[in-house]
Ligand binder design. Structure first.
Ligand code: 6GU
Length: 235
């Protein structure tokens, strides 16, 4: 997978993609992330990317030309599957959307700044708009990093243990069960006996039951009605 990120502040993202799991994914050749400086496509002598809004009002708006030039150049280099604009009024990122995007080959992610972009960018150049939650960030960079992380860790081979992405919270619609490691007792605080039983079927059953119970307590909206309210179908 190739991800091109377009940003007015690329330095914000450089360190992020050069560390951790994402760096390993890139070293293994499973994912390539390139962070581009939108100013490289500005034709303005001061390399400006923004201008005053038509009709007046506070704040600046990112102009269409550098964005158009950047997307056109990147599209000429490879077959681009989606051009994603990170925006608080976009489609909400969830595990389902991350799974869907992890099946694509090449993505462009545009990070907005200031008041946002000239609406014609959204009308003509973008294929998809994604939000990471109902709160406002000062720029799309953090959101682009979140989206890239959620997608790249799903690519086969990125995580050491092939099964670990499948046992993530949300992958089966449940939050994850608790984990414990040594020591089995710390200052009198013990781990559940079943984990020491050596009986794998019992352990698996316990984990599933914990996941369901935790989901009911913490994220009831993830459960369908029959699980949330056992017996509801009898009434
Ligand atoms: Cl994608 N961008 C910005 N600027 N703020 C956000 C967001 C995105 N998602 C939630 N808040």
């Amino acid at each position: 997978m190739h991800i091109d990120i377009l940003s007015a502040v690329p330095r914000l993202l450089d360190s992020w993609f050069n560390e951790s799991i994402l760096q390993r994914a890139q070293q293994k050749g499973l994912a390539e992330v390139q962070v581009h400086d939108l100013r490289d496509w500005s034709t303005d002598k001061h390399r400006r990317l923004d201008d005053y809004p038509f009709g007046g009002g506070a704040g600046m708006v990112m102009t269409i030309e550098p964005i158009h030039r950047a997307i056109t150049e990147l599209r000429s280099k490879r077959e681009v599957d989606e051009v994603i604009y990170m925006s608080p009024d976009g489609e909400m990122l969830g595990q389902g959307l991350a799974n869907q995007l992890s099946l694509k080959g090449n993505l462009i992610i545009l990070c907005g700044h200031y008041k946002g972009v000239d609406e014609r960018v959204r009308e003509h150049l973008i294929t998809r708009e994604v939000s990471i939650g109902d709160y406002v960030l000062s720029g799309g960079e953090l959101a682009a990093a979140v989206l890239s992380d959620a997608v790249i860790r799903l690519l086969p081979g990125v995580l050491g243990d092939e099964t670990s992405a499948l046992s993530d919270s949300f992958q089966d619609g449940l939050v994850a069960p608790p984990d414990y490691t040594r020591p089995a007792e710390y200052q009198g605080w013990k781990i559940p006996d079943v984990l020491l039983s050596g009986h794998q079927a019992n352990i698996d059953a316990w984990r599933h039951q914990q996941a369901v119970e935790r989901t009911r307590l913490r994220r009831p909206e993830l459960l369908d009605r029959s699980e949330r309210d056992p017996g509801a179908t009898d009434r």
